[in-house]
Design a protein around this ligand. Structure first.
Ligand code: ADP
Length: 169
């Protein structure tokens, strides 16, 4: 059984993440989505909320593709998490050149820590490539429409959280 680990913060899950998850299902029999607890980053959605969102959004995809999708919170070193879940590969999404520098260093250092685990990079479809969780939160906070960037249920959670925007007064 081929197992892949797709790690991230997913604060919140976007259509860019979903595109990468969907592409990853072609490569593995079991896809473990590693949700970084990231206490330092002070995530906007709690770990429980992020896990529940990913589980809800991936259920139908798992049935459709036959790839088992498991959501796994982690706080330890990425390479240790990969070993814990039995992953043969770490899957990352690449957006722009800006992602490259950081990812390049990560691969180099992870390879020294464990040379048996490969990192595989996938690119989202063009229309999803510019999506970033950080900007989604910023737009939603200012009352903008993020329905083209996140699944409908997550859009609803963002609206609920930020509420209507009142200008002036
Ligand atoms: P991290 O804190 O690891 O950056 P993110 O949740 O922001 O966590 O991203 C998780 C992974 O998904 C990363 O590999 C990131 O490059 C990738 N990713 C995020 N958004 C997109 C997107 N729009 N297109 C392709 N890959 C993406």
């Amino acid at each position: 059984m081929r197992i892949g680990l797709y790690p991230g913060t997913f604060d919140p899950l976007t259509l860019g993440h979903m595109d990468i998850i969907s592409r990853a299902t072609v490569l593995v029999d079991r896809l473990v989505i590693g949700v970084a607890i990231n206490r330092d980053k002070g995530p906007f959605f709690s770990l429980e909320e992020r896990v529940a969102m990913i589980e809800a959004e991936c259920e139908a995809l798992s049935v459709r593709t036959g790839t088992e999708i498991v959501v796994h919170p982690f706080e330890n070193l990425l390479i240790d998490c990969a070993r814990d879940v039995g992953a043969a590969m770490i899957i990352r999404g690449l957006r722009a050149v800006a992602d490259f520098e950081y990812e390049y260093q990560m691969v180099g250092m992870n390879r020294v820590l464990d040379s048996s685990i490969e990192t595989v990079f996938l690119m989202a479809e063009a229309r999803y490539q510019a999506i970033a969780s950080r900007l989604v939160k910023e737009i939603a906070r200012l009352g903008g429409d993020v329905s083209k960037f996140v699944p409908p249920r997550i859009n609803a959670s963002l609206r609920e959280r930020f509420g209507p925007v009142t200008v002036g007064v």
